[in-house]
Ligand binder design. Structure first.
Ligand code: SF4
Length: 248
């Protein structure tokens, strides 16, 4: 799954860029899901006192509310990006907002002050209001979300890589940097996606119902040591063999 963030301050044209990009990716045959990060303090899809609210009060767990044309799954908490992505099934996810997430991003801005605040190594392009009358800023190309959306999509398709596993920062750091820094390092060509040690070149892999789980390196090493210590005591087991364990 590939994930791109369209980030920037309020009223800089983020939603227009997201909508144009989603349509263009779909036109090219990709399945696309999206995430809209909402900062309004009082935002809620739920109504206090509603029947589904009362279900949650009783269970303190996820509630599914099903109507005739829509179904909502309601968590009464803010999910992490990793948690949200694990519930989506699509070739691409377009995220509106989340400017501090470890994702490649297109920045939407209305002026250079905003751009200077937001540009770092994770940024691959500029769009939004600034794209109405500019074609470049510093070393980045600026795209108009109407006339240049094909070109912007080409760039995104070429530059964006499979999303990093995004564990909590305290869980990993195995590559010598944070996931956020790794995104910038891959975009600037200093590292490659294979340099992430959590889901590539693994010591051990675990599948749940045929789906590979991301296991942080510390847990990989611990499990591997325990299994190898046990296997060494079995007669006829050679260390260079691949071991497969299935738990039904
Ligand atoms: S090894 Fe991968 S998951 Fe861990 S911090 Fe580096 S990029 Fe992130």
């Amino acid at each position: 799954m590939k994930v791109i963030s369209i980030a920037g301050y309020h009223h800089t044209g983020k939603t227009s860029v997201c909508v144009a990009l989603i349509k263009e990716l779909k036109k090219r045959g990709h399945s696309v899901a999206s995430i809209k990060d909402i900062h309004a303090e009082n935002f809620t899809m739920e109504k206090e006192g509603s029947n589904s609210w009362r279900h949650w009060e009783a269970s303190q767990n996820v509630v599914i509310a099903r109507g005739l044309t829509e179904t909502y799954q309601i968590w009464h908490e803010q999910l992490s990006l990793q948690q949200m992505l694990s519930k989506l099934d699509a070739d691409w996810v377009v995220v509106e907002g989340m400017k501090t997430a470890a994702l490649p991003r297109v920045i939407c801005a209305s002026d250079e002050t905003q751009l200077d605040e937001l540009i770092d190594d994770t940024v691959i392009a500029i769009s939004g209001i600034y794209g109405n009358d500019h074609s470049s800023y510093k070393n980045l190309k600026v795209f108009n979300d109407k006339s240049d959306i094909g070109e912007l999509t080409d760039l995104i398709v070429n530059k964006v890589f499979e999303v990093l596993p995004l564990p909590k920062p305290e869980c990993c750091g195995e590559c010598g940097m944070s996931c956020y820094e790794m995104v910038g390092a891959i975009i600037t060509g200093k590292r490659t996606r294979d340099d992430c040690k959590t889901d590539r070149n693994l010591d051990i892999s675990i599948e749940l119902d045929g789906k590979k789980l991301n296991v942080v390196p510390y847990v990989q090493r611990t499990l591997k040591d325990v299994i190898l210590a046990y296997m060494k005591n079995l007669k006829g087991v050679k260390e260079d063999k691949k071991i497969q364990i299935t738990i039904n």
